[in-house]
Design a protein around this ligand. Structure first.
Ligand code: UD1
Ligand code: CA
Length: 499
């Protein structure tokens, strides 16, 4: 069935499931990790985070996660991702069927009727599954009026998966690899483990599922043959996109899924108006947003809640996490976290922006600058070589080369407040807490310990004294002495401009 004909039958209210149950009780030992498998990340979210987000997009009355292995860690992570998720604990009976039963029990305990509507079941380790495919599954389930609709795909090597058994076109059941005979093992259509069920049929069939099989588990897959033998219809939606139903059991598979997810994210960004010069070295989390006519140069990594506005150019070799970049800004070879870069701003090359950095419109943070907790006003520039921490800078101020805010006295941090239209000379040190008034200047190498009034020039360096002839006296015969002598003779013979 095509997508158009499906949507013609199914209205939004019809597809709202009673519940989506996400199975997340399994162990996942092949990751070789202290971190639970489903907490490993790709594209900026954990595997379970992706699964829950896709499930949430169906707008179910309840979203349930079934947990058991490393229960506390997994439960805390799920709740931080989506506080409205109902947690269901699986007991000692193992198997996907038992897991779903535990989910249904938790729903009933919440007062949700598990005898009406549609129950969708999916896994915590299928990170590439999209809301669109889940919606297609639910729509197929409704239009066919089935008791159960399973999402399937065809694999060249189906080893390990449950095989879909058909009689003609009709699905008759699913047999696990370990329970399958030779002929059944030849079947290339596999069970993804993702289903839409009629709630009443699911509850009824689960009560009849036994643990009499090769693994001694309560199989969810048995629900299909049970429903069919009670005269109900069982259907399948076949997807060509195997990535969407693929899980990761080890770090090799996790990398492959992560690379494919990134490729999909980048292609979607390009179709939506972002120029990506080199997709192979560009990484974009699924949580990042980009406007039209943005450009990403090679080696760019965008993470978390980063947002890139129109006409901004990022890279090469730039990592941004939770950074907002304004219209037309340029960010070159920069590492930034928790920062905001104003429209028309310029950052880099080789800048390190730490949390709380707010660069105003048309402002600049240039080469080899580190900033933290800094607000820089419109048009102000910190162009080269310095550190600014816990600082407020007004508008159109120019901070000279090599300026440092000494914000830490060894025990506490203090603020530096610099006004508008200030000009600071090279190597100024601001010993915080200190304030520089509007339009003030500082001299080269000034160590500013006292407040500078508006319009004043702050000088703290002792006047220069030249010890004439010191080199010839103390370093006679050295190359420096000979050079000095030659210069003096030259000066004697040839009149200088001031003569
Ligand atoms: C299951 C299916 C199989 C399908 C395959 C797709 C059954 C009996 N078999 O097999 O047909 O091809 O998935 O990947 O359903 N889980 C629990 N509690 C449990 C057992 C599993 O929550 O007691 C969760 C796991 O965390 C995982 C999912 O269910 O997210 C699948 O479990 P897994 O052990 O990988 O299932 P398979 O035996 O591979
Ligand atoms: Ca599996």
């Amino acid at each position: 069935m095509t997508t158009e004909s499906r949507s013609a039958y199914v209205s939004d209210t019809e597809v709202r499931p009673t519940a989506v149950i996400v199975l997340a009780a399994g162990a996942g030992t092949r990751m070789k990790s202290r971190t639970p498998k489903i907490l490993h990340t790709l594209g900026g979210l954990s595997m379970i985070g992706h699964s829950l987000s896709a499930a949430r997009a169906l707008n179910p009355q309840q979203l349930v996660a079934v947990v058991r292995h490393q229960r506390e860690t997994v439960a805390a992570h799920i709740t931080s991702h989506d506080p409205a998720v109902l947690l269901a604990d699986q007991d000692d009976v193992s198997g996907t069927g038992r897991a779903v039963e535990c989910g249904l029990e938790a729903l009933a305990a919440r007062g949700v009727s598990t005898n009406t509507g549609t129950i969708v079941v999916t896994y915590g380790d299928v990170p590439l599954l999209t809301p669109e495919l889940l919606r297609d599954l639910v729509a197929e389930h409704h239009t066919t009026g089935s008791a159960a609709t399973v999402l399937t795909t065809r694999l060249e090597d189906p080893t390990g998966y449950g095989r879909v058994l058909r009689s003609g076109d009709e699905v008759t059941g699913i047999v696990e690899q370990k329970d399958a005979d030779e002929a059944q093992r030849q079947v290339k259509e596999i069970n993804s483990g993702i289903y839409a069920f009629d709630a009443a049929a699911l509850t009824e069939a689960l009560a009849q599922v036994s643990t009499e099989n090769a693994q001694g588990e309560k199989y969810l897959t048995d629900v299909l043959s049970i429903a069919r033998s009670s005269g109900r219809r069982v259907s399948a939606l076949v997807t060509e996109d195997r990535w969407q139903v693929e899980g990761a059991n080890d770090r090799v598979q996790l990398q492959a899924l992560g690379a494919e997810l990134n490729r999909r994210t980048i292609f979607a960004a390009m179709r939506a108006g972002t120029t990506v010069i080199d997709p192979a070295t560009t990484w974009i989390d699924t949580t990042v947003t980009l406007e039209e006519d943005t450009t990403l140069l090679p080696g760019t990594q965008l993470h978390g809640a980063t947002h890139i506005s129109r006409d901004a150019v990022i890279g090469p070799d730039t990592s941004l996490r939770d950074v907002t970049v304004g219209e037309g800004a340029q960010v070159i070879r920069t590492h930034a976290t928790g920062a905001s870069i104003g429209a028309g701003g310029a950052v880099g090359p080789f800048s390190y922006l730490r949390p709380g950095t707010v660069l105003g419109e048309d402002g600049k943070i240039g080469a080899f600058y580190e900033t933290k907790n800094v607000t820089v006003g419109r048009g102000s520039k910190l162009s080269h070589l310095g550190y600014a921490g816990d600082t407020t800078i007004g508008e159109y101020t120019n901070i000279g080369c090599g300026n440092i805010t000494a914000n830490y006295d060894g025990e506490n941090k203090h603020r530096t407040v610099i006004g508008s239209h200030v000009r600071t000379s090279s190597n100024t040190v601001f010993v915080a807490p200190v304030e520089i008034g509007d339009g003030a200047y500082t001299g080269a190498g000034a160590v500013v310990r006292k407040n500078v009034p508006p319009g004043a020039l702050a000088l703290s360096v002792a006047p220069q004294r030249n010890a004439e002839g010191w080199v010839q006296g103390k370093r006679p015969g050295s190359a420096a002495a000979r050079a000095a002598e030659a210069a003096q003779n030259y000066d004697d013979d040839a009149p200088t401009a001031t003569d």
